[in-house]
Design a protein around this ligand. Sequence first.
Ligand code: FAQ
Length: 310
Amino acid sequence: TEAQHQQHFDDKIAADTSIEAKDWMPDAYRQNLIRQIGQHAHSEVIGMLPEANWLTRAPTLRRKAVLLAKVQDEAGHGLYLYSAAETLGCSRQDIYQKMLAGQMKYSSIFNYPTLNWADIGVIGWLVDGAAIVNQVALCRASYGPYARAMVKICKEESFHQRQGYEAVMAMAQGSAEQRAMLQDAINRFWWPVLMMFGPSDADSPHSAQSMAWKIKRHSNDELRQKFIDNTVPQLEALRMSAPDPDLAWDEATGHYRCGEIDWNELYDVIKGRGQCNHERLQAKHRAWDEGSWVRDGAMAHAAKRAANAA
Ligand code: FAQ
């Protein structure tokens, strides 16, 4: 019966036994995962755009090869995540179209422009750095296919973060102009990166239920704090600063304190009013339209094979 199914599901969650695709699960758990994994997948594929903007202008062949590999990894992450979402019974086409139609979200961070080369280093260092803190926690998410996808993704994100830090280290050791460019990129990305972790716990509608289901293992604010604690010593090592006069070590708590985030900015960007929302969605609409011949060809090929087999 339904009650027995629910009991069995609750027992598995309590025992930290992962939920697998063919297991019974409450419909709200399934829908919540499709929402989160779908948003995560869209973020990976939209996230290719700000960096792709600099592929043709990377300063050296080595930097270009590394950046190309990173952007390609992000396409791969999108594919594993769409596959993980499909195990829950949604169609990839359906959730992708919802993203194109603005009915499904992707991370706010990708609605900011990449104005110069320093931004690319800062994205690797800070954006991938934030993504890892969030994703390491998701390696223990209760839904097996999502948790397992995260393991490989985290390994690749670690490489991305290291390449970003190595790139900013080179700039930090460079000329006064290079150091100024780097500081400017940090100033523009610092607050938006902190917003990647989502609204504060008090204003996060999904958190309580997602924590009870063990999809989320730590709250938005806990992960944001962990990222800040990891990152401030790196800023200091680079002899750079964050654009936050209130950022300070708090002896009593053993954490860095920081200033108040401008939540209106996060909500504006989420609602489609960020600097690049229009441009990002337009790029994805164009790619979808220009790729129609590939989809048509693949469908014709599959039909021909099926006819031959029959
Ligand atoms: N941007 O109740 P909560 C990457 C939405 S990393 C946009 O707290 P939840 C790697 C939220 O969806 C970036 N929307 O929600 C990379 C919800 O809206 P809904 C992607 C946001 O789900 C690096 C509403 O606000 N990572 O791509 C944001 O419990 C470099 C209420 O929020 C992931 O997606 C935001 N910042 O917690 C690629 C990680 N924050 O659905 C390329 C997986 C919140 O009700 C280059 N996701 N919202 O309409 C998660 O861990 C969670 O979904 C959170 C939000 C923590 C993002």
